[in-house]
Design a protein around this ligand. Structure first.
Ligand SMILES: C[C@@H](N)C(=O)N[C@H](C)C(=O)O
Ligand code: ZN
Length: 253
């Protein structure tokens, strides 16, 4: 089954819950969220929305650090997946974890403006006006509930990661791995946040070994309690998540 993002009118504010009592004692106020690297330091973090290398082309509001915050239950699930990957000389790399509601609101504002500077890589075949209606971005995202994560697989030891600089030439995320942006991940058939049918997890047009890599990631995540979103091979939500109705707005710091 898939975690279908519910359609709804764009919220102007998070429903809740910045007032929830903190359950951790970290320096930053992370409410009930924990840093995944405190739970398993071997999990790689490349928080794309903290950088310019994303579909908007600039750092997204609410991301103040290269950190992955999640509910403890979700972080523990990732730790179990990581343990299964270790004998295969593979690691998880997370691209996005908890997403503040203000970041979602930034996406909503961006969708209404005329800027298409990142189209060539991230939505090469779709108008940006289709990204929300077609389900590639949600105006009420599971990420804001703290139990949804975008992630991939990386070989261990991890190859060096290329750095994107604003203004670099863009290559379609649907291009073969050798031509598209040099992510240090294994081949998943498309780049991250590739808003295209080729990113649909079960798309048979994806070649081997990318298809096998998708199956491996999905099956291990499923085994440890996460459900994949059928339109995005990288997007998973914890079943039985602890705050299914709460859209948090604490910054990631
Ligand atoms: C934007 C993309 N990374 C993503 O997470 N999409 C889903 C549908 C979401 O916004 O929740
Ligand atoms: Zn996602």
């Amino acid at each position: 089954c898939s975690d279908t993002p519910p359609p709804s009118a764009p919220p102007t504010q998070a429903t809740t819950s910045t007032t929830a009592a903190p359950t951790t004692t970290t320096a930053a106020n992370t409410g009930p969220l924990v840093s995944v690297q405190d739970v398993d330091p071997s999990i790689l973090v490349e928080a794309r929305y903290f950088t310019d290398h994303n579909f908007v082309g600039e750092r997204i509001e609410g991301y103040e650090a290269n950190k992955c915050l999640l509910m403890p239950q979700a972080a523990e699930g990732l730790k179990r997946v990581q343990a299964e990957l270790k004998p295969k000389s593979l690691s998880l790399k997370v691209y996005d974890c908890y997403r503040p509601q203000r970041a979602v609101n930034h996406f909503v504002r961006w969708a209404k403006n005329a800027d298409t500077r990142m189209k060539g890589e991230f939505y090469p075949t779709l108008g940006k006006d289709r990204l929300f209606p077609d389900g590639y971005i949600a105006d009420r995202s599971g990420h804001s509930r703290g139990s949804t994560v975008d992630l991939t697989l990386v070989a261990v030891p991890p190859p060096p990661q290329a750095q994107y600089r604003a203004g670099d030439a863009l290559v379609s995320c649907t291009a073969p791995k050798e031509r598209r942006f040099a992510d240090n991940s294994v081949d998943m058939g498309t780049g991250y946040d590739c808003f295209d049918k080729l990113a649909h997890t079960a798309n048979p047009a994806v070649g081997q070994p990318a298809q096998a890599n998708r199956v491996l990631l999905k099956s291990l995540m499923d085994k440890h309690g996460f459900t994949n979103y059928a339109q995005e091979w990288w997007h998973f939500t914890l079943r039985g998540e602890p705050h299914p109705e709460t859209y948090f707005d604490l910054p990631v710091r």
